[in-house]
Design a protein around this ligand. Structure first.
Ligand SMILES: [Zn+2]
Ligand SMILES: [Zn+2]
Length: 275
């Protein structure tokens, strides 16, 4: 009969250094870490940039807002006031020629593949910021620190490298960049093309996309009630960010503007096809 000690010696020990010593282990770890970073970035995007800043559907407590601000900087380099302005323009001009990223105007494949370029074009247009982000002026901290996207992204990557080494950090960074851009593009492209439209607007509800994007896939609901902090309205719909928000609300970390969704008075028109 083997003793406990001898059995212990026979069981191969899988430790982090062992896992990271093979190329496959490096890639697998990098991909998993990258996908985890994407989920953190997507969750912060929907809660802080989208529901909080762009629509004022909720208010984060000041400490939580600072954490979210830093997470967005380190994982995406996005300037919050630019994101809010581009997104407000999307709501104001949905699927018209003035929409920064309309699949009805440009085709869903083009929006899916070039979403980041379309975003940058709208963000760099001074009229976008002037008209849609007057209430979000740049702070001193923005000018000194947060407006420098590459510094944020570089520090985020360096932090990963410090913990996991450069090979894993580079795989994780690449995975995160591809996954974050693909999912953000999908909300704007797929989420205005395929899926259910329970409310009369051009956006769609897709439950698989909602699971991958912390609720953003319930885009038809969101266009119907943009000031609702919760994106799921009925049975069978799941907004993965909402349970976390409900807990944060109980702890006094989040204030929610409305408990029930208020449907927008003016329904957006059906998409006008480009000629
Ligand atoms: Zn939309
Ligand atoms: Zn919105």
């Amino acid at each position: 009969m083997p003793t406990d000690r001898s059995v212990g010696r026979l069981v191969p020990m899988i430790t982090a250094p062992t896992l990271l010593s093979s190329p496959l282990g490096v890639v697998a770890t990098g991909v998993l870490v990258g996908l985890a970073v994407t989920q953190i970035a997507i969750f912060t995007t929907t809660v802080y940039l989208h529901r909080g800043l762009a629509h004022r559907a909720l208010t984060l407590s000041p400490p939580l807002r600072q954490v979210a601000r830093a997470v967005i900087w380190l994982t995406t380099g996005i300037r919050p006031r630019q994101w809010a302005a581009v997104h407000r323009r999307h709501h104001a001009a949905t699927d018209t020629p003035a929409d920064p990223h309309s699949p009805a105007q440009l085709g869903w494949v083009r929006v899916q593949l070039t979403n980041v370029a379309l975003y940058r074009r709208a963000a760099r247009d001074p009229r976008t910021l002037e008209r849609y982000a007057r209430d979000i002026p740049a702070t001193r901290l923005d000018r000194v620190l947060y407006d420098h996207a590459l510094v944020g992204l570089g520090l985020g990557l360096a932090a990963l490298a410090l913990v996991l080494g450069w090979p894993v950090a580079l795989v994780a960074g690449t995975t995160h960049a591809v996954a974050y851009l693909a999912l953000s593009g999908a909300v704007n492209a797929v989420g205005h093309t395929f899926g259910r439209r329970p409310h009369p607007n051009s956006a769609t509800n897709l439950s698989w996309l909602a699971w991958l994007t912390a609720g953003e896939g319930l885009h038809n609901n969101h266009h119907a009630a943009p000031t609702a902090a919760r994106f799921s309205f009925r049975r069978g719909e799941h907004d993965p960010a909402w349970p976390a928000l409900a807990v944060a609300r109980r702890l006094g970390w989040v204030e929610v503007r409305r408990d029930r969704p208020v449907l927008a008075v003016r329904s957006e028109s059906r998409p006008a096809r480009a000629a």
